[in-house]
Ligand binder design. Structure first.
Ligand code: PLP
Length: 410
């Protein structure tokens, strides 16, 4: 009697699961949620329940948005600038972005070659939708930010992974070894998440030549361009006219201006591609928030000293983290040249209680209440990403706990 009741319930539940699965499209059922955002939600939940978790997994500046930017947003609300705008973003903002490209990156764009959207993540989604044809290959250097992979797959493209080794700098040779007749796009991200590595200037030049020679698109994610420690960022689009026609530069306000919540990013590139991205946007989100656009306008055209102040603070923290991590036997890493992460190898610790970096990070969170992101989230197991977008106090306490945890296994 009991058995048949249990069988009946199991059958009923299985039918429900199959029904739910069938409700979701195949494309979306294959999608992995952002691992960093999943970790962030878990940490917040632990903190809410009163646990003293130190979050070194963060992917956003811990600084406040500068006051002049906030004031511009408040003014926009007061002035009633609260309606739809042009889908591609207000002309004034696109003009300022074009001026910024000329002034800082030495590349000329017309405002019609620029589209503003809901964060650079959204623009990346659009660019893959626009450029990928079914089964086109996109070369993606790994370790990588996993969003690229999911977005390429959503667009019907095939990510072709190029495995990099410390110091994780992409070279033209890496591209030559992996390019094929199916390759459509090379994705570059310099400074990179999660390694902080920057592509060397000569290699950038060679990659540009390869892209022209093989008629490939280059999607260049330059979101961390302003957060560098000694080496100057170069925009690949600035290298020559021929390459400029093959580049879609993606950038945004989140990291440089501590504006992650405002959701403003932009893309620049050939008019046909940009206007196709604009059309897609017009059917997806329309414009990004009118208020955020006014804030972004102030960010890009107003005083830039807060950006420099934040950069210097990040640099100071990176030196601090370096000095502490160096003392922990069993960890190895390369000093980041930009962004705000250390990508740390655990390989010397394996075989001592842990098999994967995911297990190691979970145990660290459970036992010492320190959150870092496992290398698996960047398609590079054996490592973890430690963010220094948090206070010196948290860094100091977090690394003391990491050190204690490591000592147990060395
Ligand atoms: N590109 C990289 C490499 C990132 O690390 C991130 C965020 O973590 C983004 C883009 C997304 O930034 P946004 O807030 O502009 O969508």
């Amino acid at each position: 009697m009991y058995l048949s009741l249990l069988l009946y319930i199991a059958k009923w539940m299985a039918t429900g699961i199959i029904f739910l699965k069938n409700m979701i499209s195949f494309r979306i059922s294959q999608l992995s949620p952002s691992p960093t955002l999943v970790l962030d939600a878990k940490v917040k939940e632990m903190q809410r329940s009163g646990m003293p978790v130190i979050n070194l997994g963060i992917g956003e500046p811990d600084f406040e948005t500068p006051p002049n930017i906030k004031r511009a947003a408040i003014k926009a609300i007061r002035d009633g600038f609260t309606h739809y705008t042009e889908t591609a973003g207000i002309l004034e903002l696109r003009k300022e972005i074009a001026e910024k490209f000329e002034r800082e990156n030495h590349v000329l764009y017309d405002p019609s070659e620029i589209v503003v959207g809901c964060g650079s993540k959204h623009l990346l989604y659009s660019v893959f939708q626009v450029l990928c044809k079914e089964r086109d290959e996109v070369l993606v250097p790994v370790p990588t930010w996993s969003t690229y992979i999911e977005q390429i797959k959503l667009a019907g493209g095939k990510p072709k992974l190029i495995k990099l080794f410390p110091p994780f700098k992409l070279t033209a040779k890496d591209i030559i070894k992996n390019v094929s007749s199916h390759t459509q796009i090379i994705l570059i991200n310099s400074p990179a998440n999660p390694t902080g590595a920057m592509i060397d200037d000569e290699e950038l030049d060679k990659i540009a030549h390869l892209a022209v020679k093989h008629k490939l698109w280059v999607v260049s994610d330059e979101i961390y361009e302003k957060i560098t420690y000694g080496k100057k960022h170069i925009s690949i689009a600035s290298l020559n006219k021929k390459i400029k026609e093959r580049i879609i530069t993606i950038n945004g306000f989140s990291k440089a201006y501590a504006m992650t919540g405002w959701r403003v990013g932009y893309a620049a590139g050939p008019k046909e591609v940009i206007s196709a991205m604009g059309s897609l946007q017009s059917q997806m989100t329309s414009n990004t928030s009118s208020i955020s656009q006014m804030a972004a306008l102030e960010a890009i055209s107003g005083k830039q000293d807060p950006v420099e102040k934040m950069r210097r603070e990040f640099w100071k923290r990176s030196d601090f983290v370096l000095s502490l991590l160096c003392k922990i036997e069993g960890l190895s890493f390369v000093r980041p040249e930009g962004a705000f992460y250390f990508f740390v190898s655990l390989n010397q610790l394996f075989g001592k209680g842990f098999k994967t970096s995911r297990d190691w990070c979970e145990a660290l969170l459970g036992k010492e209440q320190v959150a870092v992101v496992p290398g698996e989230a960047f398609l590079y197991p054996g490592y973890f990403r430690l963010s220094f977008a948090c206070s010196l106090k948290d860094l100091s306490e977090g690394i003391v706990r990491i050190s204690r945890f490591v000592k147990k296994y060395v």
